[in-house]
Design a binder for this molecule. Structure first.
Ligand SMILES: [Zn+2]
Length: 359
C-alpha cells in the first residue's frame, strides 16, 4: 500500500513494554505471546519489503521506548485526552457493549488501565467503561487473576533489576539487541532496562496509591481477594489453601467457570459489615460533599477545596503521604497534587457508586 503511494517507510505505534513483550510468567505466556510488534519482526518486515520493492524500505515503531502511560501522556499533552475514552484495545471483542467496551480482564485491558491510571490523564479513561474494574473488581476465573498477579509481580521485580540482571533473567532480550537500527547492542540493553524500570515505577505507584486510598477496606477485608489491590498486597492463594471467607469473596475453584462475571463486585456490592464501616462511609461522604460544593470544576480550586476539607473531613493518612511528611490536606496539596486529585476522585467515585451511603 505504501508503495502505491510512492512511500518508502511504514510506521505503526505500539508502546515498548507490549512491543517487546517479555514473558511476565510461564503460566500466562500463552495468552500474551503475541510478537507482532516485536523489533525482530519489524526488522524482518523491513528486510522483506526492501527485497520486494528492490530498494531500501523502513518499518518503524516510534513508540518503542515509551510505556503505555507515556503514550497516554503524549496524547493528552497534544490536547487529545478526550479521544482516549473512545479508543478500545480489548481482546475480548465478543464481550463488548456500547456502555462497557472494555472487559477489564484481558492482558490488553489490564495493561491499558494501569497505563491510563499512571498517566497524567487518568480521568480520560472512566472506570465505568470497564466490565471488571482493575483495582477493586473481582476476577472469578483463575487465568484472569493469575494474569493480574503476574503482571504486578513482573512490574515489581523488574524495577529493582539492573541491565545485566534483566538480560540474564529474560533471554528474549537477546533477540532484540541486533534489531534496532542506529543503536549498539549495549545501548539497546540499557534502553530496555530503563523502559522497564519506568514501567515498574508507574505500575507500583498506581498500586501504592490505591492501597493508601483503600487502607480501611483492606484492613477490614472488604475487598475481593482477586482484585488487583488484594493481589498486590497478598497474592493469590494456591489451590486448596485459601482461607475461608465468610462473605464468599474467595473465588470458587470447583464451579468457577460456570459463574459469570456480569459486573465487578468490589467493595461496592459486598454486604456492609457492621462495625468500622460507618466511619469510612462518613469520611467518603464528607469529602464528596465538599467536592460537590465546588461543582465539576473542583480540580481548579484545589487550594479552596483543601481549606474546606481541613474543616469538614478527616485527613486520609496514606502511606505515601506519611512518607512525604504530610500532616494535613494543605501539606498534600504542596507535596502531591496529582495524588491528591486521584485520592479525592476515588472517594467521589465511591460515593457515586453508593447512592444510599451516609443517608
Ligand atoms: Zn479486555
Amino acid at each position: 500500500m505504501a508503495r502505491v503511494f510512492g512511500l518508502k517507510r511504514f510506521r505503526f505505534y505500539e508502546n515498548g513494554v507490549v512491543g517487546l513483550n517479555l514473558p511476565i510468567s510461564e503460566q500466562v505466556v500463552g495468552t500474551r505471546a503475541t510478537r507482532t510488534t516485536h523489533p525482530q519482526v519489524v526488522s524482518g518486515f523491513a528486510e522483506l519489503f526492501s527485497l520486494v520493492t528492490e530498494e531500501s524500505f523502513a518499518v518503524e515503531n516510534p513508540f518503542l521506548w515509551l510505556t503505555k502511560a507515556g503514550v497516554v501522556d503524549l496524547i493528552g499533552d497534544a490536547g487529545c485526552s478526550h479521544l482516549i475514552q473512545h479508543s478500545v484495545s480489548c481482546m475480548h471483542t465478543h464481550e463488548q457493549t456500547v456502555d462497557q467496551p472494555h472487559c477489564g480482564r484481558c492482558s490488553q485491558c489490564v495493561s491499558r488501565r494501569f497505563g491510563t491510571l499512571a498517566s497524567r490523564y487518568p480521568l480520560s479513561d472512566p472506570d465505568n467503561l470497564y466490565r471488571v474494574e482493575l483495582l477493586t473488581g473481582e476476577r472469578l476465573k483463575e487465568k484472569d487473576f493469575t494474569l493480574v498477579e503476574s503482571f504486578i509481580r513482573f512490574a515489581t521485580d523488574i524495577g529493582s533489576m539492573n541491565v545485566s540482571q534483566v538480560v540474564e533473567r529474560y533471554g528474549e532480550v537477546g533477540r532484540v539487541l541486533r534489531h534496532i537500527p542506529g543503536l549498539s547492542a549495549d545501548e539497546v540493553a540499557e534502553r530496555i532496562g530503563e523502559l522497564h524500570r519506568r514501567h515498574s515505577r508507574e505500575v507500583t505507584r498506581v498500586l501504592d496509591e490505591a492501597i493508601g486510598v483503600y487502607a480501611t477496606e483492606i484492613r477490614e477485608r472488604r475487598l475481593p481477594l482477586t482484585c488487583a489491590i488484594m493481589l498486590a498486597v497478598s497474592g493469590s492463594h494456591p489451590e486448596g489453601t485459601q482461607p475461608e471467607s465468610s462473605d464468599n469473596q474467595t473465588p470458587s475453584r470447583s464451579n468457577g467457570d460456570s459463574r459469570r462475571t456480569k459486573k465487578p463486585s468490589g467493595a461496592a456490592t459486598s454486604e456492609p459489615s457492621s462495625r468500622g464501616r460507618r466511619a469510612d462511609v462518613e469520611g467518603n461522604v464528607k469529602i464528596a460533599d465538599v467536592l460537590k460544593s465546588f461543582g465539576n470544576d473542583w480540580r481548579k480550586h484545589l487550594a479552596e477545596v483543601c481549606e474546606a476539607l481541613e474543616h469538614k473531613a478527616t485527613f486520609i493518612r496514606t502511606r505515601k503521604w506519611k512518607q512525604l511528611g504530610c500532616g494535613d490536606w494543605s501539606d498534600v496539596l504542596a507535596a502531591d497534587q496529582e495524588g491528591l486529585v486521584k485520592a479525592l476522585q476515588h472517594r467521589l467515585d465511591w460515593v457515586a457508586k453508593h447512592p444510599g451511603a451516609g443517608v
